[in-house]
Design a protein. Sequence first.
Length: 154
Amino acid sequence: MVLSMFDSAVAWLVGEGLTGQWGDQPFSLQPERIEMVTAFASGDGMRIAEVDGRPAGCAALGEPLEYVEPAGEPELYVRWLVVDRAYAGLGVGHALLDHAAEEAAAAGVGLLRLDCYAGGGGRLMAYYESVGFAPASHFTVRDWPGRVMERRVL
C-alpha cells in the first residue's frame, strides 16, 4: 500500500519532469526503497491517513536522518511524507503534518523538523512553507540538494 503511494508520486514527478527528487523508477522495483518502507512499517513511526476509509497518505516519524545536523533540542522528525496522487489536493499531507505536530506537542517536544528536495524550482520547499514550516539549513547528499525545514509546535 505505501509502496504504491510512492509509485504514484514518482510517476507524477516523472510526468512533471521532476526526476531529481526520487528518480524515475517506481519504489516497488528498488530493493533499498522496499527495505526502507518495510522497516518503518514494522516499527511504530508510520502514520497512515485515510480518505473515505482508503489509505491516502503516509508519514514516517522518528529521529533525524544521518545526514541532518542535530537540532540541539528535543524534536520529532518527519523522515518522509507521501500522498497517493489519487488524493492530491485534498489536504492529506497537511493533515499528516498537523498530526505530527500534535504528537510532538503532546510529548512536550517543541520542534517538528523534516528535510526535503531543494531542487525543482523550490516547489516542495514552498509547499512546506505554506503549511507552517520555515527554512532552517541546506545540505547535499550525493549531488541531491536538500533543505531542512522546521516548525515550532509549543
